[in-house]
Design a protein around this ligand. Sequence first.
Ligand code: NDP
Ligand code: GDR
Length: 374
Amino acid sequence: MKKALITGITGQDGSYLAEFLLEKGYEVHGIKRRASSFNTQRIDHVYQDPHETRPKLKLHYGDLTDTSNLTRILSEVRPDEVYNLGAQSHVAVSFEAPEYTADVDAIGTLRLLEAIRFLGMEKTTRFYQASTSELYGLVQEIPQRETTPFHPRSPYAVAKMYAYWICVNYREAYGMYACNGILFNHESPRRGETFVTRKITRGLANIAQGHEDCLYMGNIDALRDWGHAKDYVRMQWMMLQQETPQDFVIATGQQYSVREFITWAASDLGISLAFSGEGVEEIGTVTSVEGDFAPAVRPGDVIVRIDPRYFRPAEVETLLGDPSKAKSELGWEPEITAREMCSEMVAADLSVAQRHALLLTHGYDVPISLEDER
Ligand code: NDP
Ligand code: GDR
């Protein structure tokens, strides 16, 4: 039985990857951070009681900032494959906490690689690094492929650039099987609530059910290549099953704006929107409402506004990936479109908002944040 160690197992990708590897028969180990409240919601459904004789999923307390902890976990587990998904992954937050972001995202990667080498596992343990389309930042070529030069635009992207190159360096210097997956944005109902897609689907579902009045957005003209996290974790595993380690761009090759995503999500709720105004004055006004999903919304309501607080000191305006290499060399194809994914996310967030509305009707005032969709 193969053993995998996942950093970031409690995050969006970590949870899908853990499910995927468990289905493949792996023994899965994950590193979770100590928190003052439960932080394993995304993997609770695959959690196995440690009192069972041979649980297939084991969690270890740890942190990418803690070298001795990482070394100890690696020496105990001796995994065949390490998936380094752990990161301070929010681009806007990285401007607020640049040093911490560098410590976790850049030096954390080095710590793991160095621990693998220190333990003499560099020829036996395969390593996946969660690299990102944010490396392209100020884009030098459209679409972006493996050979497109990098120009990172945030402390997050700069930290991830170090991680990218240290991974390449350990491959070249020590013959490690180490790969970078250069993944474009990927989402799901398990996406963190403050990333743009989830903020939109959750915010509009709450507005539809009367829990909030307005969605406050940043740059809605930003263009992204959005895929589904389930499709992308499959590719993370495929990258570690090849004869030789290589880096791959993982993307759909389709690009949409944040504004289009808002319109899709609204339309799934039966809401038609018209945008007017310019810059921070721009607003999204309801033109019509159909069906039963948005009982709290009326034509004429302004449900989208721009708030400059969500603008970034340096923005990545446009990203569009070219996944040809992954398609031709690994036979990988994304199966879920961005539009389908948006509907899945809206349905999940609407169901939470509806349950909340039902509780309110029956006199239970449960704070909605406690009910986040997993
Ligand atoms: P999430 O933010 O959902 O998950 C991040 C994970 O990292 C969480 O489990 C988090 O733990 C953990 N983590 C954060 N800080 C530390 C730390 N100091 N030590 C150990 N673990 C830590 O990210 P995603 O699942 O969306 O992304 C997975 C990886 O892929 C990240 O590295 C991200 O940067 C990268 N990536 C993501 C893309 C995307 O579109 N989703 C695209 C390209 C790259 P906790 O739950 O306790 O917060
Ligand atoms: P991104 O994702 O920065 O691409 O990083 P995010 O969803 O945060 O932003 C996408 C685009 O939407 C614009 N935007 C807003 N973003 C947020 N979060 N909130 C808003 O209110 C808002 N309004 C407009 C942003 O400016 C941006 O242009 C994600 C993360 O998962 C990274 O870890 C990963 O590496 C990259 O995707 C690929």
